[in-house]
Design a protein around this ligand. Structure first.
Ligand code: UDX
Length: 433
């Protein structure tokens, strides 16, 4: 099938390459000429395991190309909209200007028999509004939310847990076209839910709200555990054995960040308020507050371990990305904590295997170093803020002659307290005695 993907950011670039891998003829369109240039040469503009290989393969075999010219979409009959929906600068609501601009730019190139497929995360009601706009062209609209996780984006796109199609009631041709697009995914017996626009839009934000709630639930338990001297990681293991609860997404620590969960729960609350259903989601305000409190708690713990004052202390920060296997620092708890410690007068030296460049763009004033050894040199305390595999594997003996004081704070409950304490270190974590 001939497919266009409008918007080649995180979602769109991965989707375009994955559709080409599935055997389609794909053009990715983006207004950013530099991004188009990089992608055209098979280079991913961000760190995502497996994506560079997939891009080179599909660009080299001619099934994938990129362009900054929207008219290149005219050869396709299925058009995915994968542009960003960031949080508005002055409110919690989603900013839909990129979605609206993409639809407007695409209008001259669509007609009867074409299907426009929204993948961006949008406030409920958006698909209905856009469907009315494109009706005059004779094309149809479907909303097909995406659930990919950074770090597993290619795998999540090619082997998703489920497919969701939001279509106009009775629009069987829209579902049939999507079935053709995803035929090799459906052959893996992937569940597929065909529903209306509003449900499809809600599925996405409800899934993210549930995940955020699960993380904040365990972080609330961490707060209580700290007061009573209990261990939240053992508590998570114990309740996670109950299959109704499940152990995944019960890792207590610095909490959630990234380009999706924080902004999506806020936009969901904002939209529900507009629709008069704000009360139903008021608990998400608490989920957000618990999440943000983790960062403050980390700063407090650091102050405590340093004997009451951060000013002038040498602080090594290991990890800046919002999670491992990503260079994304959007709303990153790790980068936020590093910046706060620096603002409080700490002499912060921070490192990350992949997120130094992205961090430098957001927080240019911090002191970034390439290696753990440079960060830890003469440090009064070492903080692990993103649980990269290489940080989980650090041997305390490697660091003891480098640091000034043997103190480590585990912001992600990813280290073995027994190992560090036996090596003579002060080990502190969130929600553990
Ligand atoms: C999320 C959703 O998982 C995905 O389905 C959606 O499409 C986009 O948003 P992503 O932002 O890539 O994906 O990251 P995710 O793996 O969900 O992690 C989000 C944050 O939660 C990270 O900061 C992570 O460190 C944190 N987290 C996750 C926890 O603090 N504890 C956990 O147990 C799990």
């Amino acid at each position: 099938m001939k497919i266009s993907v409008i918007g080649c950011g995180y979602l769109g670039a991965v989707h375009a390459a994955s559709m080409a891998k599935l055997g389609h003829d794909v053009v990715g369109i983006d207004v950013d000429a530099a991004k188009v240039e990089a992608l055209s040469q098979g280079h991913a503009p961000f760190y995502e395991p497996g994506l560079p290989e997939l891009l080179s393969e599909t660009v080299d075999n001619g099934s994938l190309r990129f362009s900054a010219d929207i008219s290149q979409a005219s050869g396709a009959t299925v058009h995915f909209i994968a542009v960003g929906t960031p949080q508005q600068a002055d409110s919690n609501a989603a900013d839909l200007r990129f979605v609206d601009a993409a639809f407007e730019a695409l209008l001259p190139f669509i007609g009867p028999g074409h299907l426009v497929v929204g993948k961006s995360t949008v406030p409920v009601g958006t698909a209905q509004r856009l469907a009315e706009i494109i009706e005059a062209t004779g094309a149809s609209l479907a909303w097909n939310p995406e659930f990919l996780r950074e770090g597993f984006a290619v795998q999540d796109t090619i082997s998703p847990d489920r497919l969701v199609y939001g279509v106009r009631p009775g629009d069987d041709s829209a579902s049939a076209i999507l079935d053709d697009v995803y035929s090799s995914i459906l052959a893996q017996e992937t569940p597929r839910i065909i529903t209306d626009f509003a449900t499809a839009e809600l599925v996405k934000v409800a899934a993210n709200a549930f995940l955020a709630t699960k993380i904040s639930f365990i972080n609330a338990m961490a707060e209580v555990a700290e007061v009573v001297g209990a261990d939240v990681t053992q508590l998570a293991d114990a309740i996670g054995h109950d299959q109704r609860i499940g152990r995944r997404f019960l890792n207590a620590g610095l909490g959630f960040g990234g380009g999706c969960l924080p902004k999506d729960i806020r936009a969901f609350m904002a939209r529900a308020s507009e629709l008069g259903a704000g009360e139903a989601l008021s608990f998400l305000g608490e989920v957000d507050a618990i999440n943000l409190r983790r960062r403050e708690r980390m700063v407090d713990l650091c102050r405590e371990v340093l004997g009451g004052t951060i000013e002038g202390a040498k602080i090594a920060v290991l990890g800046l990305a919002f999670k491992p296997e990503s260079d994304d620092v959007r709303d990153s708890p790790a980068l936020d904590v590093a910046a706060r410690l620096s603002e409080l007068g700490g002499i912060v030296r921070a490192t990350d295997p992949h997120a130094i460049e992205t961090s430098r763009r957001v927080r240019p004033g911090l002191d970034y170093v390439e290696t753990v050894a440079e960060a830890a040199k003469d440090a009064d305390v070492v903080l692990v803020l993103t649980e990269w595999r290489e940080y989980r594997a650090i041997d305390p003996a490697e660091l003891e002659s480098i640091v000034s004081v043997r103190a480590i704070l585990d912001g992600r409950n990813c280290l073995d307290p027994v190992q560090w304490r036996e090596a003579g270190w002060t080990y502190r974590a969130l929600g553990r005695p």
